[in-house]
Design a protein around this ligand. Structure first.
Ligand code: SF4
Length: 408
């Protein structure tokens, strides 16, 4: 089963909010002459919403009206100083970019009140989250699974297709209650033992480990799906290994190459030019439409076992399904998406704008990086192929997936 969505906790997972939380708590405590707290003290008290945070911060036995006053003072101060000392944990922004590039949808679920949660996400991760939910009146807080299940419905995904990433026992309990995979993050407020005790299925020490975990799960699904669809499947850990492998399959043969930043990065043309009859229009050679081997990349490969390519001229997508005996599709792991829908979305919304920019096309996407479904004379999206199984006129069709980010 591929992973289609990741739900993140906020405080202690995406954002280090302790500085602003501590300032706001201490503003309330100071007004009542209560002892002030350190960031470590506040860290030990968070995780169950702001009322619980204040209840745990005032001296034992404080009357409820005083707690209510502290809560109001905390909220007023926090509203005003929400984004002063708060910052994403180091390594989180690249993780968000990697998830987006891989076509995985993202959501945030926090026990922080909804208005503050929404403001923080809009400020630090604009446009990245498909759904953001904080604590809302009448909806039970985490670890109750109600809001998690609501997000699953909004994203139209099954529990088995979701990772829930959080730094606390509350998050792990929430994930287990909703039936989704619980991933414990060690850079936040709690330690490994408490996360494992609360039911974490996976532990990640650094934010970048999350991407590796996702890739590992996606690879397992993709390998099985491509084999079921009749493709040959090869995984190479590095670009160098992939270049050597692909070159070894092409020596002594007539080879055509499709336009591809990935093939360029691999240096395939130079590896083959003295040992194969290789033709690449990027090097000034004439296009060929038949031969022994066609080499190409794809704009996306889906973990359900399909490849997706967009083309302007049409030579690359034609040769990838007709005219050659064999086709090798070489792709970086950044192009492995959960399913066909996300693969097609990736081709159109990520790969095509980047290629339009590289080619200095006069299209709106080359300016702002977003697809506008344009009718520009220089539009590069003119045909799209989805290869669902090896075309019957070809003897061999192989997907070579590389464990590095390559191309667009
Ligand atoms: S349709 Fe136009 S705007 Fe959209 S990605 Fe293609 S070239 Fe860019």
């Amino acid at each position: 089963m591929s992973i289609k969505a990741v739900i993140f906790d906020l405080d202690g997972t995406l954002l280090d909010t302790l500085g602003d939380l501590t300032s706001a708590v201490n503003t309330a405590l100071r007004r009542h002459d209560f002892p002030l707290l350190s960031e470590a003290d506040v860290c030990a008290r968070v995780g169950n919403g702001v009322r619980k945070l204040l209840e745990r911060s005032v001296p034992a036995g404080t009357a409820r009206p005083v707690v209510d006053a502290c809560l109001a003072e905390f909220q007023a101060q926090y509203e005003e100083h929400l984004v002063e000392r708060t910052h994403p944990y180091p390594g989180i922004p690249p993780v968000i970019d990697a998830m987006r590039s891989r076509g995985v949808r993202m959501a945030v679920l926090s026990n922080k009140y909804h208005a503050a949660t929404s403001r923080l996400i809009a400020h630090y991760f604009p446009g990245a989250m498909a759904v953001t939910l904080g604590e809302r009146a009448g909806v039970p807080r985490k670890p109750d699974p109600t809001s998690t299940l609501e997000i699953l419905t909004m994203l139209d995904v099954k529990p088995s297709e979701v990772l829930y990433v959080g730094d606390s026992d509350v998050d792990m309990h929430t994930a287990k209650a909703a039936g989704v995979t619980a991933v414990g993050a060690l850079w936040g407020f709690r330690d490994r033992d408490s996360l494992l005790a609360a039911g974490a299925d996976h532990i990640v020490e650094r934010p970048e480990d999350l991407v590796q975990l996702l890739d590992r799960l996606q690879l397992d699904a993709a390998m099985h799906a491509f084999e079921m669809n009749g493709f040959t499947w090869t995984f190479c850990a590095t670009a160098e290994q992939a270049a050597d492998y692909v070159a070894s399959q092409c020596r002594g043969k007539t080879v055509g190459m499709g336009g591809s930043m990935t093939l360029d990065r691999l240096g395939i043309y130079d590896l083959l030019k003295d040992s194969a009859d290789v033709h690449w229009h990027w090097k000034g050679d004439a296009l060929i439409s038949s031969g022994d081997v066609f080499l190409t990349s794809a704009n996306a490969v889906s973990a359900m076992g399909e490849t997706v390519n967009i083309d302007g001229l049409g030579n690359r997508i034609t040769a990838s399904v007709y005219g050659f005996d064999t086709c090798y599709v070489v792709c970086g792991i950044n192009k492995l998406t959960p399913d066909l829908t996300s693969a097609m979305r990736r081709a159109r919304e990520i790969a095509a704008p980047l290629n339009a920019k590289r080619l200095a096309k006069r299209t709106p996407c080359a300016v702002d990086g977003k697809c506008h479904d344009c009718h520009s004379p220089e539009r590069i999206c003119r045909a799209m192929t989805v290869v669902m199984a090896p075309p019957s006129g070809m003897k061999h069709y192989e997907i070579v997936l590389v464990g590095e980010d390559l191309g667009y």
